[in-house]
Write a protein that binds this ligand. Structure first.
Ligand code: SIN
Length: 284
């Protein structure tokens, strides 16, 4: 029987009593969907999914994005991005180093993805955890005068300038990438399209700017908010077991991967990305 349990007081729901590869009734699915929207991450333990089942389960939450240009797609399943340090026949099978700073996926895009589902297939005995931070919680806890100050601000996000923070192991953007990757701006306070709740949108560890504000004023404000956004009370650090699935709502959560011993241990994660999801709440 479906059971929903809070992971911590500040973030997340553990979903128990279901096998994600089996039919899930609309009634149960609606409860799961609501918990995703309201608590920003869902954890499913002890699951076994093939890549096709992973894509099918993700599809219940929304439209699945296929990485047409990534070299790290799962063979035959371009919807699955492989994150791994494993090398096969002299070639890495996945992206060996990603997401080590606090971030939401594709924040630098005009339309960032709405969520991602990460499935642990093989995990190292130590390290390789993923942390999540609830940006509804962070916004709600801000002092009123700060909420007033940031209410109408827009942040400028540069994919080019974010690159060395997000992927320090990758080469600097090429001239072609620089030309294609135009800066975008987004509200610093995002209103969630399903719940209408407000979430802080300040990124983490990457020097964002504020539209129309001089740098000497914008840097301290952004730095304060980035530190506030990931205070321990809003966060949860997940110690993976093989068979775990975490689905995060990219509109209200930031996440960050932790290092592990890549020379002596293996980590293999499969990730799907949701580009758009239904905006209406399930009928009561
Ligand atoms: C990611 O940022 O999508 C990857 C997180 C992880 O590998 O733990």
């Amino acid at each position: 029987m479906l059971e929903l349990r809070p992971i911590t007081d500040g973030i997340g729901t553990e979903v128990r009593g279901i096998d994600v590869t089996q039919d899930i009734s609309d009634k149960d699915f609606d409860r799961i969907y609501e918990a995703w929207i309201d608590t920003t991450i869902l954890l499913f333990r002890d699951q076994r999914m093939t890549p096709a089942q992973h894509v099918a389960f993700t599809r219940r939450f929304g439209e699945v994005y296929a990485y047409t240009r990534s070299q790290f797609n799962q063979d035959d399943h371009p919807e699955i991005l492989v994150l791994s340090n494993i090398v096969k026949d002299g070639k890495p099978i996945g992206s060996p180093y990603s997401g080590r700073v606090w971030h939401s996926d594709g924040a630098y895009l005009e339309r960032p993805p709405v969520g991602s589902m990460l499935y642990a297939r093989e995990v190292p005995p130590v390290g390789g955890d993923t942390s999540f931070s609830n940006q509804f919680g962070a916004y709600a806890a801000l002092p009123e005068r700060v909420k007033e100050r940031i209410a109408d601000l827009q942040v400028v996000i540069s994919r080019v300038r974010s690159r060395p923070y997000n992927y320090p192991d990758r080469p600097a953007p090429t001239a072609k990438e620089r030309a294609e990757w135009v800066d975008v701006s987004h509200p610093m306070v995002k209103v969630h399209e399903v719940s209408g709740r407000k979430a802080l949108n300040v990124g983490g560890n990457v020097p964002w700017e504020i539209v129309g504000m001089p740098q000497e004023e914008s840097t301290p404000l952004i730095t304060f908010l980035q530190e506030f956004a990931v205070l321990p009370r809003f966060t949860y650090r997940h110690r993976w077991r093989a068979g775990d699935i975490i689905l995060w709502d990219n509109r209200s959560a930031m996440h960050r991967a932790s290092p592990y011993d890549e020379t002596r241990t293996r980590r293999l994660m499969h990730r799907t990305t949701i580009s758009g999801a239904r905006v209406e709440r399930p009928a009561a």
